[in-house]
Design a binder for this molecule. Structure first.
Ligand SMILES: NC(=O)c1ccc[n+]([C@@H]2O[C@H](COP(=O)([O-])OP(=O)(O)OC[C@H]3O[C@@H](n4cnc5c(N)ncnc54)[C@H](O)[C@@H]3O)[C@@H](O)[C@H]2O)c1
Ligand SMILES: [Zn+2]
Length: 348
């Protein structure tokens, strides 16, 4: 973590790396691709520049296949290292490409959005979407290195910045009440894109890294990071991606906190603090005007659902700000669909 981190890839490229595939959406590649590509050319020799149109609609098996075919046609070998540059979409796609190209090659994550720097870059989850749901096909494939350069953040669109703040609030809710209080105190400064303090980025990365190290495959406490995501992912799908991931997670947290009040004893005061914090950051605190029935099919398709009973959904819910409900062996809470619908209606 640090300004210039991406320029310092020298020491981070895996030994034996002979060529690089620089993968990113066309916006980020246009802004930051060439200087990085030239740096990588000096370090590794050949650099294949692979870009695709920005947006969730590109995070598919089809896009991955197009990129793979280009590498195969170029004759890229197992000495290839994928460098994924961009937001969570570029990282999820680039990482998954690396996971299966010639049965797997190394990759490096260079996150450029706030969401990717505080969340998506860490943990080795890579995936694409399918028509049945988000992130349904993918692999756990840890990057060889992650270079987080906060100076990238200065060019982020305000709407993308806000979407990233949602994951930041989530991280604090899940694991760190002090971080949550810090965000509350900084809401004015956090209102617009800027180059975030490195210590702060390190704290966010540290929280996620600790949960991932404890539970790489999400059989345990890593599931906590899904707070806001059961509803959030369903909203993304039901709205055909009219909502950004972070925006959907913000709405998802509000609805799921409402459920946590009813199911896990989340104090009213904590639920109110969450809503007030999201509102002050310019995020949505009401659920979109969709009928619950529009969401239901996507709640069922959520792969995070354990083999639970029919009519129940498994969710990661907070017991208070900074601490999640559930204990040893039970990291999520089973909620009757009817109770979830009640919470949904309550946030109209
Ligand atoms: N793998 C994980 O653990 C994980 C965690 C959270 C989210 N995700 C995934 O991440 C995706 C969302 O990520 P995102 O919000 O970063 O979306 P994104 O990758 O689409 O980036 C958002 C937009 O900002 C632009 N952008 C990125 N960096 C920029 C910069 N520095 N300057 C200017 N523009 C820039 C991009 O071109 C894009 O248009 C979702 O698909 C979500 O499922 C994955
Ligand atoms: Zn997320």
């Amino acid at each position: 973590v640090g300004s210039g981190a991406a320029g310092a890839l020298d020491g981070l490229l895996p030994r034996g790396c002979r060529e690089v595939a620089l993968v990113g959406d066309s916006s980020v590649m246009g802004l930051y691709g060439e200087p990085l590509a030239r740096r990588l050319e000096a370090l590794a020799g050949t650099v294949h520049r692979l870009s695709f149109p920005p947006g969730e609609a590109s995070k598919t098996r089809e896009t991955k296949a197009v990129l793979e075919d280009r590498l195969l046609e170029a004759g890229a070998t197992r000495g290839l290292c994928v460098v994924a540059l961009g937001g969570g979409i570029s990282l999820d796609l680039g990482g998954f490409l690396a996971a299966t190209y010639l049965r797997g090659v190394d990759w490096i994550a260079v996150p450029t959005s706030l969401l990717a720097q505080v969340d998506a870059a860490v943990g080795g989850k890579t995936a694409v979407n399918t028509p049945r749901g988000k992130n349904l096909v993918g692999a756990f494939h840890q990057p060889a290195a992650i270079a987080i350069d906060p100076t990238y953040l200065s060019t982020l669109a305000p709407v993308e910045w806000r979407a990233g703040l949602a994951e930041l609030v989530k991280t604090a809710c899940v694991a760190d009440a002090a971080l949550f209080a810090w965000i509350e105190g900084e809401v004015v400064a956090l209102g617009a894109p800027h180059v975030l303090d490195e210590r702060f980025l390190e704290r966010c990365v540290g929280i996620k890294a600790d949960l991932v190290v404890a539970d790489e495959r999400e059989a345990g406490p890593r599931a906590y990071l899904n707070f806001g995501h059961t509803i959030g992912h369903a909203l993304e799908k039901a709205s055909a991606h009219a909502l950004r991931h972070g925006e959907a997670v913000a709405s998802g947290m509000v609805v799921e906190a409402e459920l946590a009040r009813r199911l896990c004893g989340l104090p009213d005061r904590d639920a109110s603090r969450l809503v007030a914090c999201l509102a002050a950051l310019g995020l949505e605190t009401r659920r979109p005007s969709l009928p619950f029935a529009a969401l239901a099919p996507f709640l069922g398709a959520d792969k995070k659902r354990r083999a639970g009973r029919v009519g129940e959904v498994e969710l990661a819910l907070p017991r208070r700000i900074g601490e999640m409900a559930g204990a040893e062996g039970a990291w999520t809470v089973a909620a009757p669909l009817a109770l979830l619908e009640e919470a949904w209606e309550a946030r109209a």
